[in-house]
Design a protein around this ligand. Structure first.
Ligand code: NAD
Length: 485
């Protein structure tokens, strides 16, 4: 597989690579250099109609393809992702600005794990039966839904794109998928891989374009029966408003404002190392990053001094440089948004303990979008900075006196995606984990992922869960058959 730069990406529809029917393209910008390095189809509802037509043609055969055959094809896709790790990682880094080391170690390996996991998962996906003593027996069939839509964001491009597509295909659906228009290249390359792996034409259709033009056409199409979406709460709200009157099945994985709750009795060194990671990995652009750090007052000053020192040591610069820890922010729009959030924090009375500014690295990345790891203190739970998602390398510190106060701070606001709890007291860990309003809680760790576990948020962080059987249940219709004896 090759990636020639500059390129014109094409849609992958019915097994063919074709340009958008409008012949319109969007510039794709490398955020580390601010240079245009490719063109992305600006597709609209006409391209989605073509994709649905191709999916309809493929569905009768794919939906009854034996699970062993689906396993073989999906497993082959996983193998081909592994074989092409270097080129996929390079494409992801150029597109997104994340360190190449991270693309190689996390993003691309996880994409192949997603396919491998659901390839094997579908072989073990069993139907329930419910016997009613001497009266009757029920069994529940789980059938493919039909044609489903998968829409993903830019922060973990191939990782999250495949997290949706793999279970949808494994369950026997045909898919219309749209990656983020900001980071489309690995999704384009995935089309090539699927073709090589022998996925029948039309089973997976990858259409590129913006949210309003292309994403919304997927959500509105009457023949697309379910939408799996990961992205911002604002777009999720819009998608829910469009899809709900059409009675579509919806899975919404949305924004977060995650608390890290640090008690004085924690394993200090482990906590410090992981809190640096959970604050600034991928430039803080992971939905699971902790952005509100809550620290027991007894150790607040100690935490602050050490945390600031360690954050200052994180080198920011060229994502290709193996020594750097922080790459570029994904786009100019997002870069401006983060700097605006920092200005808001200052206007609200926050004190910048470190960072707070953009950076101009020397050399080829001098015009890129780089921001220093930023730590802010002095703000309460009800200010904009602590309520709204920033989704960048910016965290706030807040002290607490008691367990109750820690919970009050943690549960403030409208989000409920993930939280971390740091304590050696097992009783406290269980109590706090039970009371934090989040779909995912890590105790004394961060981002350990078992793909069998339910993944998703409470409150405005989403509706539904992904992962394991949850995903396979989402992508199937349950049909109960009752037989009287
Ligand atoms: P976004 O909502 O702007 O876009 C996400 C995707 O939706 C893109 O492909 C976009 O083109 C499309 N889209 C936008 N508006 C649409 C519409 N009206 N109809 C259909 N599609 C539409 O989000 P983003 O800026 O790409 O990603 C960052 C956001 O994603 C953050 O809020 C982050 O927290 C969230 N996120 C959540 C999770 C999770 O698992 N909960 C994971 C990663 C990112």
């Amino acid at each position: 597989m090759e990636l020639t730069v500059p390129y014109h990406l094409e849609n992958f529809i019915g097994g063919n690579f074709i340009g958008p029917l409008s012949a319109q393209f969007i510039d794709n910008i490398n955020p580390a250099t601010a240079e245009v390095y490719g063109q992305v189809p600006d597709s609209n509802e006409k391209d989605i109609n073509a994709a649905v037509k191709a999916a309809k043609k493929a569905l009768p055969e794919w939906s009854v393809t034996p699970v062993e055959k689906r396993f073989t094809i999906l497993n082959k896709i996983a193998e081909l992702i592994d074989e092409n790790l270097d080129i996929l990682a390079l494409a992801e880094t150029i597109d997104n600005g994340k360190p190449l080391s991270l693309s190689k170690a996390m993003d691309i390996p996880r994409a192949s794990s997603n396919f491998r996991f659901f390839a094997t998962g579908i072989m073990h996906f069993a139907n329930e039966s419910h016997a009613m003593e001497d009266k009757a027996i029920n069994y529940t069939l789980r059938e493919p839904i039909g044609i489903v839509g998968c829409i993903s964001p830019w922060n973990l491009p191939l990782y999250l794109f495949t997290w949706k597509i793999a279970p949808a295909l494994a369950a026997g659906n045909c898919v219309i998928a749209k990656p983020s228009e900001v980071t489309p290249v690995t999704a384009f390359l995935l089309g090539k891989i699927c073709k090589e792996a022998g996925l029948p034409d039309g089973v997976l259709n990858i259409v590129h374009g913006t949210g309003p033009n292309c994403g919304e056409a997927i959500v509105k199409h009457p023949d697309i029966k379910a939408i799996s979406f990961t992205g911002s709460t604002r777009a999720g709200e819009r998608i829910a408003a469009v899809a709900a009157p059409m009675f579509k099945k919806l899975s919404l994985e949305l924004g977060g404002k995650n608390p890290n709750i640090i008690f004085a009795d924690c394993d200090w060194d482990k906590m410090m190392k992981q809190t640096i990671r959970s604050s600034f990995s991928n430039q803080g652009q992971i939905c699971l990053c902790g952005s509100r750090i809550l620290i027991e007052s007894l150790v607040y000053e100690k935490f602050k001094a050490e945390f600031v020192k360690k954050a200052k040591q994180l080198t920011v610069g060229d994502p290709f440089d193996e020594k750097i820890k922080q790459g570029a922010i994904v786009s100019k729009v997002h870069f401006d948004k983060i700097l605006h959030c920092i200005d808001t924090a200052i206007a609200e009375g926050g004190t910048i303990l470190c960072g707070g500014k953009s950076i101009r690295p020397e050399g080829r990345c001098a015009n890129g979008y780089f921001i220093e790891p930023t730590i802010i203190e002095g703000l309460g739970p009800n200010c904009t900075t602590n309520l709204e998602e920033i989704f960048g390398p910016v965290v706030t510190l807040q002290p607490f006196e008691t367990e109750e106060e820690a919970l009050r701070l943690a549960n403030a606001g409208t989000y409920g995606l993930a939280a971390t709890v740091w304590t050696q007291d097992i009783g406290k860990a269980h109590r706090v984990a039970a009371k934090v309003q989040s779909g995912i809680i890590w105790v004394n760790c961060w981002l350990i992922r078992d793909l069998r576990t339910p993944f998703g948020g409470m409150k405005n962080s989403g509706v539904g869960r992904e992962g394991g059987w949850e995903a396979l249940r989402f992508f199937t219709e349950a049909k109960n058959v009752c037989i009287q004896f």
